[in-house]
Ligand binder design. Structure first.
Ligand SMILES: NC(=O)c1ccc[n+]([C@@H]2O[C@H](COP(=O)([O-])OP(=O)(O)OC[C@H]3O[C@@H](n4cnc5c(N)ncnc54)[C@H](OP(=O)(O)O)[C@@H]3O)[C@@H](O)[C@H]2O)c1
Length: 323
């Protein structure tokens, strides 16, 4: 089967197509013929080996595991002896590892049935960004109807889900993005837009919840925009230091939070079965739809990585794997 691999860390030049043996599913695994695979910052980090601290887990000098890819959608080709939820021919989506390949062997609890209203490309964009937004809003911030939610980095992968999910939960959404994404975030349902290239964040404590996905703004600035008993959820951003990627700000937030009425939280999201199924249930009905900017053939994965770091992508990028 064809697959995208890298044998060292670096920029997109380290990626290459190769031919590998098809994986054999274990007893609790499903062999998925991959139709499409999402491309997100997690894959960029795994490619680049940055922030450096992550190499403790992924391999110090070179990646332990050469095949990239986590998000996927596809069709069940075979099932292991203990698999009960899926049968051959089912259309599925989810997140696992080594999905930038024709076939992926995936634990059954990492998959859900693909909502029929979604294309394979839309479904492949959903698991990582959708679950991150869902868990951040529903479980960490506990968003309630009528609350005011600010999404910083609203025009990207996680942000495009966060706008729609916050509206789904009945909240008002202020989307923070650059000028080029203003119309995009409005179309996703943002009730107001802050173009950060022209306007600073407000300082009147108007937001019940802030989901912080980009920009690495100082905690004091974020707290100024947050209501006195509001919740700040720090999720990500690419402006952190090269060693830890900005963990220092997250740890400071946790420490401060002990002394404040405002809740300052950090989110490290994993695609677990319950939120993945909850996301699938939401996506099965009209209202929340993965916002796919562009679909590229798997062979153009390096172009996808370059587009992602350029900051020009609106919503999600997807790689088409099967012809
Ligand atoms: N903690 C976790 O478990 C977890 C899970 C998923 C992702 N993440 C992290 O979360 C971050 C967002 O992920 P993503 O997939 O949504 O990335 P993405 O698709 O690249 O979106 C990031 C967005 O932020 C915007 N942005 C850049 N600088 C900004 C600034 N100063 N202020 C406001 N917006 C700014 C970008 O566009 P514009 O500048 O044009 O508006 C872009 O739309 C990444 O760092 C990722 O690694 C963390």
């Amino acid at each position: 089967m064809k697959a995208v691999v890298r044998t060292r860390y670096g920029d997109s030049d380290v990626l290459r197509m190769t031919t590998l043996a098809q994986p054999v599913p274990r007893r609790n695994e499903v062999l998925v013929r991959v139709m499409a695979a999402g491309l997100d910052y997690g894959q960029w980090h795994l490619m680049a080996g940055k922030p450096y601290a992550m190499r403790l887990a992924t391999g110090l000098r070179k990646p332990r595991q050469p095949v990239l890819g986590m998000d996927l959608s596809g069709v069940v080709e075979a099932v292991g002896a203990e698999v009960t939820r899926f049968k051959v021919g089912d259309a599925v989506f989810g997140a696992s590892s080594r999905t930038y390949a024709d076939f992926a062997s995936v634990r059954e609890d990492e998959l859900c049935l693909k909502p029929a209203r979604l294309s394979f490309e839309q479904a492949a964009a959903a698991a990582i960004s959708g679950v991150t937004a869902l868990v951040g809003l529903r479980d960490v911030a506990k968003v309630q109807p009528g609350q005011s939610v600010c999404v910083i980095g609203a025009g990207g992968g996680v942000g495009s889900f966060a706008i729609q999910l916050a509206r789904h939960f009945g909240a008002e959404v202020a989307a923070v993005c650059s000028t080029s994404k203003v119309e995009f975030v409005r179309a996703l349902g943002a009730t107001s837009v802050i173009d950060y290239t022209k306007q600073p964040l407000p300082t009147d404590g108007r937001f019940d919840v802030i989901l912080d996905l980009a920009g690495h703004r100082p905690l004091g600035m974020l707290r100024g925009a947050l209501a006195p008993r509001g919740t700040l959820v720090l999720v990500g951003g690419e402006a952190g230091d090269r060693i830890t990627g900005g963990m220092g700000r997250m740890l400071r937030a946790l420490l401060w939070s002990v002394f404040l009425e405002q809740r300052l939280c950090m989110l490290v999201s994993f695609v677990k079965p319950e939120p993945l199924q909850a996301l699938a249930d939401i996506l099965a009905l009209p209202g929340v739809t993965p916002a796919v900017d562009r679909v590229l053939p798997l062979e153009q994965v390096a172009d996808g990585m370059r587009a992602l770091v350029s900051g020009r992508v609106r919503g999600k990028l997807v790689l088409r794997v099967a012809a």
